[in-house]
Design a binder for this molecule. Structure first.
Ligand SMILES: Nc1nc2c(ncn2[C@@H]2O[C@H](COP(=O)(O)OP(=O)(O)OP(=O)(O)O)[C@@H](O)[C@H]2O)c(=O)[nH]1
Length: 518
């Protein structure tokens, strides 16, 4: 059974919607929880019962404890088993024991309540294997000593949040869809699997693809997180907020491009809560996470749709817009990849005819994602004509998702509106039954400037949501909150790298965990 990435749902812990309502009237708005369907993992070996009937929503787990690793270890063992079944079949019992002996952290309860980076640093030495060598070398020992050492160094480096280190070099763009590589029981793996576990995922349901995505997201938000977390923790964790603490939190949020409106809202709610009860830093941060997540979820609730997914068996037309350079073409390529991987018949229309190079670029992405591109040879051809041809092709082929690249560089809002309106008219005439969505691509590195672009596009087109790209290249990841608060636009997809698999549907829960807890 093919895993539908578009319909991957995120069950958030109940506490995330309940607690803030005491302090924040907004929290009493409908949460849309009922609309959410249970999580299904993108494993190729779906559990049989999951196919027959959706499992009931998993029991919520209030907080992630990445350093209490039972899920991570079990998931690792399971994935490794899929990788090397023979090796594991020889003596599965020994594998479990060795795993436990090798990575069982001996952190006590106190360590769990300390800040994440500190806990990593404290727990790290205990990740070393016990001195006594096991009788039979387990597969786990293929984590070479050098690899563990590198990991130790990395964890130690990460524990020192300041000064901000140089960003890790991003993997080069990969021309072909590539399977996530390398199964390593490292900090990324542990964090990602515990984030999934906190959403009710069982270890055997955890796939390498999801681990790969969450790891990318976590690494992508590295820069934003580093400039936020430690200072936030010290400011938030001192009982009722002093004027100084308010100022610090305000400055930190604004620095991460959270925006004035969202920052004010967060501070008001946080102050109200901390006046009611003194929370230790970890709990205060947990509360802050709830506030941020609610803020991100609000436009999703208002839109009435938690996910943006093509409807099966029908023609869905997604107009992808955005100014040049924001990652529009890349996003189309990644969406096409996601669509084919998720079992949809997909086609791309190269309707950004304003620039000849745009057509060529989109063709390259079509090749990478193995999706055909409908283009009109010749320069400055009419985009509406390309859409017309593309719809005809889509109808002939039974296409389910037609991704339309639209021009971003139009001199003014009127031109933009006219062009988008013309494309819409063609679609309405040629495919009246199609489901049409408009997705705006925004570049996170542009921070608040992106909001102004969004404003113009929001006025020109009825937007279904935003694809926020380049999160991995900026410390302004907080702009996601400004998009939600100031523009009330739902974020639908996140791009956090240049690889074809580095774009996935948005989860407010995972985003906030990666932002404040990774
Ligand atoms: N690091 C990173 N780079 C990205 C991401 N998305 C896109 N890019 C890069 O951003 C650059 C611009 O991307 P394009 O997709 O060409 O942008 P565009 O909006 O189509 O702009 P034009 O090519 O000028 O039409 C490329 O170098 C992409 O590799 C992302 O999520 N992370």
């Amino acid at each position: 059974m093919v895993f539908d990435w578009f319909r991957r749902q995120f069950n958030q812990p109940e506490s995330l919607t309940e607690a803030p309502s005491e302090a924040a009237p907004e929290a009493s708005e409908p949460t849309g929880e009922a609309d959410r369907t249970p999580v299904e993992p993108p494993t190729e070996q779906q559990p049989a019962e999951a196919e027959a009937a959706p499992a009931s929503p998993p029991a919520p787990t209030p907080t992630i404890n990445p350093y209490n690793q039972p899920c991570a270890k079990a998931a690792y063992q399971n994935l490794k088993q899929q990788d090397h079944p023979a090796a594991v079949e020889e003596d599965p019992g020994a594998v479990s024991d060795d795993l436990a002996a090798t990575v069982e952290p001996t952190t006590d309860d106190t360590a769990v309540t300390t800040s994440a980076p500190q806990t990593i640093a404290e727990a790290t030495p205990e990740l070393e294997p016990e001195p006594a060598a096991p009788a039979e070398p387990p597969f786990f020992f293929d984590l070479a000593a050098s690899e563990r050492e590198a990991r130790l160094e990395q964890l130690t480096a990460e524990a020192i949040a300041e000064p901000e280190p140089e960003p890790k070099p991003q993997p080069p763009a990969i021309a072909e869809p590539s399977a996530p590589q390398g199964l390593t029981f490292d900090d990324d793996f542990v964090w990602s699997s515990e984030v999934l576990a906190a959403q009710g995922r069982r270890p055997e349901e955890i796939s390498i693809e999801e681990i790969d995505w969450l790891s990318s997201l976590r690494r992508g938000l590295d820069k934003t997180r580093r400039s936020l977390v430690n200072q936030l923790k010290s400011a938030v964790g001192q009982g009722p907020l002093s004027a100084d603490a308010v100022e610090t939190i305000e400055a930190l949020l604004l620095q991460a491009d959270v925006g004035v409106e969202a920052t004010d809202r967060i501070l008001t709610q946080l102050q109200a809560k901390l006046r009611q009860e003194a929370l230790p830093p970890e709990q205060a941060i947990a509360y802050l996470k709830q506030l941020l997540q609610q803020l991100l979820d609000q436009p999703l609730e208002t839109s009435g749709r938690y996910i943006l997914a093509p409807e099966k068996g029908r023609l869905n037309v997604w107009l992808v817009c955005g100014v040049n350079g924001v990652g529009k073409t890349t996003t189309i390529g990644k969406l096409a990849h996601l669509a084919t991987k998720s079992g949809y018949r997909c086609l791309i229309a190269a309707a950004d005819t304003f620039r000849a190079a745009a057509v060529e670029q989109v063709k390259v992405w079509g090749d990478r994602s193995e999706v055909d591109v409908i283009a009109n040879p010749g320069q400055n051809t009419d985009p509406a004509a390309v859409v017309f041809d593309a719809i005809a092709a889509a109808q002939a082929r039974g296409t389910e998702l037609l991704l339309v690249d639209t021009a971003g560089r139009l001199q003014n809002k009127k031109n933009l509106m006219d062009e988008l309106a013309k494309v819409r008219r063609i679609i309405d005439r040629k495919a009246p039954d199609a489901i049409v969505e408009s997705l705006l691509v925004l570049d996170a590195t542009q921070g608040q400037n992106g909001l102004r672009q969004a404003q113009v596009f929001a006025e020109a087109a009825q937007l279904s949501g935003v694809a926020l790209t380049k999160l991995d290249s900026t410390a302004k990841g907080g702009v996601a909150l400004a998009i939600a608060q100031d523009l009330q636009l739902p974020i639908r997809f996140l791009g956090a790298g240049e690889r074809i698999q580095d774009l996935r549907p948005f989860s407010s829960y995972e985003f906030i965990q990666a932002l404040l807890d990774g």
